[in-house]
Ligand binder design. Structure first.
Ligand SMILES: Cc1ncc(C[n+]2csc(CCOP(=O)(O)OP(=O)(O)O)c2C)c(N)n1
Length: 656
């Protein structure tokens, strides 16, 4: 196997050119075999195999710097930069990350996972190096959905006039997760149709033979031959726009033509200044059916069986028995599916209900809504900031918008939640999926900070359901609420909805069972874990009250006063950062309450123990593994409580 012998790009550079096509096939084979076992981002990586091989053959990384936008297309890069041996551990706990990670390899110029950041980072690196007197080149590879995100456009705007040696590669596969949306993407489509070669290159009298002989473009030419002349008259040629911005535009090139990529990148490397290279690729290239259904290939789950073109079956190990056994028992639903059902139901009853996603109609569960209410569904692309402000605008028109964004990506829209939503008191419903540990995607994708960052904004109500049935009630409650409100839930399964849920009341928690010694208060699905922990603590002679907090804001002060007075210890449990989170809110309340009491009034027997995610970044692993590591399981909670009580008893007796 050639790939085995590639320990670094230096080995790749020594490889006879004739062996490169076989190497590309091996890279595709390795990615497919690994991702169908471990899960991962398949389509984007399969699409950039030739491009990545050519980049590493031509550039001198890590002296030159490569910034992969979002990073989900980075598997070929990992395989060529000394990680072949460990590639089978992809996305597994302790194994290599599914995204570029600067702690993993010097070839990863940045740790990434969020879209739209590569151009800014590459530009900053260029300028930083220049200021340090170092001569290095920088390359940013950006997808066609990410390059039209706000941050990329801001970076292009700021980069153009700076005379730095930066190459931006627009990896255009016409896909985001699903079809790329928006008018800028329509401009790109027109460009694809109208600009099959690089005028700049032609003017330079070089590389004319690289004029893209792209089959898909060719087909489209046939179909639209009459339209082309028209397009040529009206289209905004990116070369003109980018020239005006200070970039030199080169395109379009076939990203699967390895020889062509080597030649064009060699030319790019020799050209000083800001360049944008427009490359057309096919998402999932090499996988059978990739052109019909690229969405299916964006992310693969363990056990998915994909077949490489020209093969009848691929080697896919069956899902281990343990994993299938876990599926038995009462029916389970994804939280996202429960949300999906609820929002469709609410929209059927209320024509004001609208839904917004920032490029994630599938992951957020909004697809059924989009199909049923296309006029009330808005996919704004990878533009969380815009999506939130846009939702707020919809309220001005009397609509009831639900903005469904993963917790980690909502971080992009903090200022919009502050100014466009909260300051105006506009009733936007923010629905955060992946609130908690996102599992295999790792540090960039865990949604751990939303409670802390939203809790500081006046007037934003925060809640989290204990299960799918309660989530559906909360969606109903949120849509009737007169101000900004956010619901968070994890990327996890829950009991199928159906149980009767006690009515949701603003700022009121729900007592699930009564006990004498310790009160366990769960936020969201941690309430279920708290119930299990209470059973374990019972067995140790420790009687527990269990509360489902429901709201992190407003906090149920009366309930917490009662808990603090009647228990030796109040324990808060959340799948979120402890710093500033739900437990912090309870601690603040307890401290304020204590400060207001006279020294003689020693009614507050309880102390507060906060359990959650400590003050560090959490790497990838399955959600179950990470919860266990962080002690957020029933046995972990039991051990923490017993340890705390033992310590308190020791200090108590020492003081006496
Ligand atoms: C800020 C942010 N929002 C949403 C996402 C989720 N996301 C991951 S990949 C992706 C699509 C990226 O499309 P594109 O840039 O065209 O690259 P491709 O997958 O086509 O290679 C999206 C929306 C993200 N990673 N970051």
């Amino acid at each position: 196997m050639i790939l085995e012998s590639i320990r670094s790009p230096a080995d790749l550079k020594r490889l006879p050119a004739a062996e490169l096509p076989a190497l590309c096939t091996e890279i595709r084979r390795t990615i497919l075999d690994t991702v169908t076992k471990n899960g991962g981002h398949l389509g984007s990586s399969m699409g950039v195999v030739e491009l990545t091989v050519a980049l590493h053959r031509v550039y001198d990384f890590p002296h030159d710097r490569l910034f992969l936008d979002t990073g989900h297309q980075g598997y070929p890069h990992k395989l060529l930069t000394g990680r072949f041996d460990r590639f089978h551990t992809l996305r597994q706990k302790g194994g290599i990350s599914g995204f570029p990670n600067k702690d993993e390899s010097p070839f990863d110029a940045m740790t990434s996972g969020h879209a739209g950041t590569a151009i800014s980072m590459a530009l900053g690196a260029c300028l930083g190096d220049a200021l340090a007197g170092e001569k290095r080149r920088a390359v940013a590879m950006v997808g066609d959905a990410s390059i039209v995100s706000g941050m990329s456009l801001e970076a292009l705007n700021s980069a153009g006039h700076l005379d730095r040696d930066l190459l931006i590669i627009l990896n255009d596969n016409e896909q985001s997760i699903g079809k790329t949306v928006g008018s800028l993407s329509r401009v790109l489509s027109k460009v694809r149709l109208s600009r099959p070669y690089s005028a700049a290159m032609r003017a330079a009298g070089r590389l004319e033979h690289l004029v893209a002989k792209i089959p898909r473009i060719g087909e489209r030419f046939d179909k639209t031959v009459h339209a082309i002349a028209d397009h040529l008259k009206h289209v905004i040629v990116p070369g003109q726009v980018l020239d005006a911005l200070g970039f030199r535009y080169f395109g379009i090139f076939d990203g699967h033509d390895l020889g062509g990529m080597l030649e064009v990148l060699t030319a790019m490397r020799a050209q000083p200044g800001m360049k944008l290279l427009h490359v057309l690729t096919v998402k999932g290239k090499g996988v059978k059916g990739c052109e019909e259904d690229p969405l299916a290939l964006h992310g693969a789950k363990p056990g998915d069986s994909f077949v490489l073109e020209g093969e009848s079956a691929c080697k896919v190990d069956k899902v281990p028995a343990a994993a299938t056994a876990a599926k038995k028992g009462p029916p389970k639903f994804e939280f996202a599916k429960c949300f999906s059902e609820a929002i469709v139901r609410e929209a059927e009853n209320d024509p004001r209900v609208c839904a917004i996603t920032a490029g994630m109609p599938d992951g957020t569960g909004l697809k059924p809504f989009a199909e049923k209410f296309p006029d009330r569904f808005f996919n704004v692309g990878i533009a969380e900031q815009h999506g939130i402000a846009f939702a707020s605008g919809l309220t001005i028109g009397g609509r009831r918008p639900v903005c469904a964004i993963y917790s980690t990506f909502l971080q992009r829209g903090y200022d919009q939640v502050f100014q466009e939503v909260a300051l105006q008191r506009n009733p936007v419903v923010l629905v955060m999926s992946h609130g908690g540990l996102a599992g295999d995607d790792g540090a960039t994708h865990h949604g751990l900070f939303d409670i802390a960052f939203l809790r500081t904004i006046p007037g934003v109500t925060l809640m989290s359901p204990r299960d799918g049935a309660e989530l559906q009630e909360m969606v109903r409650f949120a849509l009737a609420h007169p101000g900004p409100i956010a619901i968070r839930y994890p990327k996890a399964q829950t009991a199928a909805p159906g149980r009767a849920v006690a009515p949701v009341e603003l700022g009121r928690g729900e007592r699930l069972r009564a006990g004498d010694d310790v009160a366990l208060v769960g936020y969201g699905p941690m309430s279920e874990t708290a119930l299990e922990a209470a059973a374990l603590l019972d067995a140790q002679g420790c009687s527990c009250t269990v509360v489902n907090a429901r709201f992190a804001r407003p906090l149920d002060h009366a309930l917490f006063d009662a808990l603090l007075e009647r228990h030796r210890l109040v324990v808060t449990i959340e799948e979120a950062a402890l710093a500033g989170g739900f437990g912090s809110a309870v601690l603040e309340h307890a401290a304020r309450r204590e400060a207001g009491q006279s020294a003689a009034h020693d009614a507050m027997r309880a102390r507060v123990l906060t359990l959650g995610v400590p003050d560090r970044f959490i790497e990838h692993g399955s959600r179950a593994e990470l919860l266990a590591e962080l002690g957020l399981t029933a046995s972990g909670i039991r051990d923490a409580v017993l340890g705390h009580l033992r310590e308190a008893a020791f200090h108590g007796s020492a003081a006496r």
